[in-house]
Write a protein that binds this ligand. Sequence first.
Ligand SMILES: Nc1ncnc2c1ncn2[C@@H]1O[C@H](COP(=O)(O)OP(=O)(O)OP(=O)(O)O)[C@@H](O)[C@H]1O
Ligand SMILES: [Mg+2]
Length: 323
Amino acid sequence: MAEQDTLLRIEGLCVSFPSGDGRVTILDNVSFEVFGREIVGLVGESGSGKTMTSLTVMGFLPPSGRIEGGEVWFGHDNLLKHTEEEMSRVRGREIAMIFQSTRSALNPLMRVGDQVARVYRIQRGLGVREARKEAVRALNRMGIPDAEQRARAYPHQLSRGMCQRVLIAMMVACEPALLIADEPTTGLDVTIQAQIFELIKDVQQATEASILLITHDLGVVAETCERVVVMYAGQVMESATVEPLFAKPIHPYTQRLLHSVLRVDKTVEMPTADAGLSEEVAYSVAGCRFAPRCPRVLPRCWEEMPPRELAGVDHWVKCHNYE
Ligand SMILES: Nc1ncnc2c1ncn2[C@@H]1O[C@H](COP(=O)(O)OP(=O)(O)OP(=O)(O)O)[C@@H](O)[C@H]1O
Ligand SMILES: [Mg+2]
């Protein structure tokens, strides 16, 4: 593999939220990187902190959330040191995000073509007519049939899959270096999902942007991503290129995740937390938060957070007792 430049480097990120009388650390020492021109899958069961990680990168953490430590390097800038004004310049132009709920991200009162055209006007400084033309061209490139006509529709007149294509068109119009897509196909039917992932791959190739793809679906990761980062209860357990991770996962959590998926069929979703083992239990562990569920747990796993160790070429793991 050619030498890769690091586009995004998250280092030791800790984020807390109020809980009862105190605060709970929902991101605990999160570290991983996204290199230039690659698609990275961020996986983990519900509540593992995938969305909060990306919202922190975007500077969109809810007001009650507090950054307790860490750095988010984008190129030569630590985004956590940016003012809101500096962040708003980064958003859209450098980093764009597609959120979990699609339709609410579009303005219901504005024709979709105008929404895309607006991006061309604001971000690229095009005039009204030119921007409109570019918008139709972009919608067409996103595989929207009769783009000219569809551009005049309002979001509620389009299917959710079409709305997602409109959103992707808007993101691409900004020419961001990094696109974060948070569960971009939730609620869409399987055929449409597959088309959206194909589209994301095409977009990556055409724009040379890097993409951080948040998903529950390991099948999608296997087909779409170059690398994968596995989170559990706010901790990154393992990260590696896709092939070695799928062939030889080394963290007990990743092993369990893959095992449970392979046992059924590959489109099945990840297991939700075991009954009786709530997030609070995991969060209360001082060491590895997977300890309460781990078949290989050692006494020190409860007390000491394992360091991030290199277990192979670009294969990182946090475990006191990995295979
Ligand atoms: N506004 C909030 N206030 C307090 N805690 C929150 C808030 N939003 C999220 N959390 C908590 O932060 C943790 C991480 O949530 P996050 O939404 O990042 O998970 P996720 O991995 O994206 O899950 P999903 O797959 O369901 O989208 C969870 O424990 C969640 O309960
Ligand atoms: Mg989420």
